[in-house]
Design a protein around this ligand. Structure first.
Ligand SMILES: *Cc1c(COP(=O)(O)O)cnc(C)c1O
Length: 368
């Protein structure tokens, strides 16, 4: 099955005798005892099962686990590590997960944060107890590109698991498992949900090994599972994911080119631009460059706030991946320790008409 077909049919498991075309929502928390039946909704549920099957298929993995948020998914990987393990993660890792490592896992796990685009630095960060390498590509919000194959080779040589946060690319544009990753992580809150109305997260594994058993144990025992409604809505949203992603990427490319030539803009970060330092790697490991564009406003952070305040169609809000365009001065969301430049604006380019988006940006930038 091709991706578009799988997205529509892979998460629609219908076994009802009335033969509905769409899988019903099963709200029951418990199931009649019988051989091979589901038992209790924290352990499994038909809608979650359908979503997990769909996610495993889309990411070309052996199994998937759905969670109540992206952070719950990421934290479950860290929880599955033995205490005292060391992990290597990007210095510009999604700030919520970086915070979790530094606070919740303080004294439990050791972590080294490195620039993942510097392979020598990654290699030097390995320690005898390194059990996990975490990558996020493209990264949030600098759109840095990590060479998944190269890092996979390093991790494999040292016997560490490679996990990849694939939230920005989605399986429409990038399959980390096909490039050597062992585990793929998603914030389903973003492009999978696609309408800014569902929280969710997911992990997909290449093989059902001992580590995956531990992850599943954290999912079920920790209990940060999505509701049947959320699973249903995610399956529904994912049906349009391939077409939404094509639209997001097409719009983002045009916007990136427009911003790149604008006199009020100091710099544009978008892997689709030839001048982006990760462009060649992105072109090799992705089939599209995604829908997020970041840029620096030449006259500084206050001017960036002014630009945002003048926009009509780009809503000043955090998060990304919805059909509506969102914009924010990212450093303000990430807190005082952030490495993100203060004058950086991150845009989640939506599916509104391109002419409206361009006109809106042009007018707002003129005010900076
Ligand atoms: C949003 C996000 C997360 C966290 O997901 P939540 O659903 O907010 O918990 C993790 N990684 C990336 C890249 C994200 O954008």
């Amino acid at each position: 099955m091709k991706l578009e077909t799988l997205a529509i049919h892979g998460g629609n498991i219908v076994s009802d005798k009335e033969k509905p075309v769409i899988q019903p929502i099963t709200l029951s928390t418990t199931f009649v005892h019988q051989p091979e039946s589901m038992i209790y909704a924290r352990a499994n549920n038909p809608n979650r099962h359908a979503l997990e099957q769909l996610l495993a298929g889309l990411e070309k993995g052996a199994d998937a686990a759905a969670f109540s948020s992206g952070n719950a998914a990421g934290v479950s990987v860290f929880q599955a590590l033995d205490p005292g393990s060391h992990l290597i993660a990007p210095d510009d890792m999604y700030h919520g997960l970086k915070n979790a490592i530094e606070t919740i896992f303080k004294g439990i796990l050791e972590a080294t944060f490195v620039d993942m685009t510097d392979l020598d630095a990654v290699e030097q960060a390995f320690q005898p107890n390194t059990k996990l390498v975490w990558v996020e590509t493209p990264s949030n919000p600098l759109l840095k590109i990590t060479d998944i194959r190269a890092v996979a080779k390093l991790a494999k040589a040292k016997g560490a698991i490679l996990a990849c946060d694939n939230t920005f690319a989605t399986p429409v544009f990038q399959n980390p498992i096909a490039q050597g990753a062992d585990i793929v992580m998603h914030s389903s809150t973003k492009y999978f949900g696609g309408h800014s109305d569902i929280m969710g997260g997911a992990l997909i594994t290449k093989v059902q090994d001992e580590f995956w058993e531990k992850v599943k144990n954290v999912q079920i025992g920790g209990g940060a599972v999505p509701t049947p409604m959320d699973c249903y809505y995610l399956c529904r949203s994912i049906k349009t994911l391939p077409y939404r992603m094509k639209g997001h990427a097409e719009h983002a490319m045009v916007l990136a080119n427009f911003l790149d030539g604008h006199q009020a803009v100091e710099k544009v970060y978008y892997p689709g631009l030839k001048a982006h330092p990760g462009h060649d790697i992105a072109a090799a490991q992705m089939t599209g460059f995604g829908g997020i564009v970041s840029f620096l406003v030449k006259s500084g952070a206050d001017a960036a706030d002014v630009v945002i305040s003048k926009l009509r169609y780009f809503t000043n809000a955090t998060s990304l991946g919805g059909v509506e365009s969102l914009i924010e001065r990212r450093a303000a969301s990430e807190g005082p320790d952030t490495l993100t430049p203060q004058n950086l604006i991150r845009v989640s380019v939506g599916l509104e008409h391109l002419d409206d988006l361009l006109e809106d940006l042009e007018r707002a930038l003129a005010a900076s």
